[in-house]
Design a protein around this ligand. Structure first.
Ligand SMILES: [Zn+2]
Length: 334
């Protein structure tokens, strides 16, 4: 027993220590042709390329600019492979750990005041939802639409102008845990909506015509994990049968062409779709909520990072949806 105890202690310590990214780089490669796209795809088979854009290897194509993170250990090999193939690349980030640490700066400018200029952890976001309702009781209400795998609450804020029986837009943020700017945007949106309603023409017109349902953090467990254990965590935190890999990509767990991509069936992939459509408590709660509000909800907008793009449905195909023309017209208005 004497020998076993320290081993147990080491194991516990290792499990608790957050993942570090010392010396990890982010590279940007401009792919000139099909051949170069295939080189990246081949490299992804042998090295651990964590794609920032696009979000998976199968989206890599000719004439695209791809950004990916690579560990300090593998960066030399990958960079020399790119050099050998005369592929142009730039180093966007030289040390990911250094950048990560800057984002954990949670010192308060004004103690007790919610900050919209810094990232907020889950506890702060919960306190903020309460504050929003308390400060704007006529406009904002909080609805608990379900719980997560780790039993955290899923809160939706309903924002409504004077007449509450109107059409609505559902918005989610933070479906991918590590995309912190997304929950930050949802918080900012609710704040701006309540602050400028009745003052700003566009916001007043918007809220007089439609309600908003805002889910500020979809993947709560993953978001907490990205704050405490692994800044680059993307999936939720559910256990997978017959695999040591944790989590499902909630974005690919909806019951829409769930079976489209064969390479999303590996639990160790960042884009794992889960064992069945809506298998995850979080996706099920959101889908149930939308189904029960189908009369009012006319649009669903989801906020991600990273890149600057407006994507229309559907993500699983390059075929255009029947209302594409209509969507394009609205894009111009945006
Ligand atoms: Zn995302």
């Amino acid at each position: 027993m004497r020998f076993l105890l320290p081993v147990g202690l080491i194991a516990t310590t290792l499990a608790i220590a957050p993942v570090r990214f010392d010396g990890d780089k982010v590279l940007r490669v401009k792919l000139q042709d099909e051949k170069q796209a295939n080189i990246i795809k081949d490299l992804a088979k042998t090295s651990q390329l964590d794609f920032w854009y696009p979000d998976a290897t199968h989206h890599v194509a000719a004439n695209m600019t791809v950004d990916f993170q690579i560990s300090a250990k593998e960066s030399q090999f990958v960079e020399s492979a790119l050099d050998q193939n005369q592929m142009h690349y730039e180093i966007l980030i030289h040390d990911v750990q250094e950048e990560v640490e800057k984002q954990f700066d949670v010192k308060e400018d004004n103690p007790g005041r919610h900050s919209y200029a810094k990232y907020n952890n889950w506890n702060k976001i919960v306190a903020w939802t309460e504050k929003m309702v308390h400060k704007n009781p006529k406009m904002v209400s909080r609805i608990k639409i379900g719980t997560t795998v780790e039993d955290n609450p899923l809160y939706v804020l309903k924002i409504a102008g004077k007449d509450k029986r109107r059409k609505a837009i559902f918005m989610d943020c933070g479906i991918h845990a590590r995309e912190w700017i997304s929950p930050a945007f949802c918080q900012w949106f609710v704040y701006q909506a309540t602050k400028t309603y009745g003052k700003n023409k566009i916001m007043t017109k918007l809220l007089d015509r439609m309600n908003f349902y805002v889910l500020p953090v979809f993947n709560v467990d993953g978001y907490i994990w990205s704050w405490t254990q692994n800044r680059m965590w993307r999936k939720n935190r559910s256990r997978n049968q017959n695999s040591k890999c944790i989590g499902t990509d909630l974005n690919r767990n909806f019951n829409v062409s769930w079976n489209s991509f064969p390479n999303t069936n590996d639990p160790c992939q960042e884009i794992y779709r889960g064992p069945a459509p809506e298998s995850e408590k979080e996706t099920k709660a959101v889908s149930d909520f939308i189904r029960s509000h189908l009369k009012s909800i006319k649009a669903y907008i989801t906020f991600h990072s990273y890149s600057q793009m407006l994507l229309f449905p559907y993500g699983y195909t390059s075929e255009l949806p029947p209302n594409h023309k209509n969507l394009t017209q609205h894009q111009v208005l945006l």
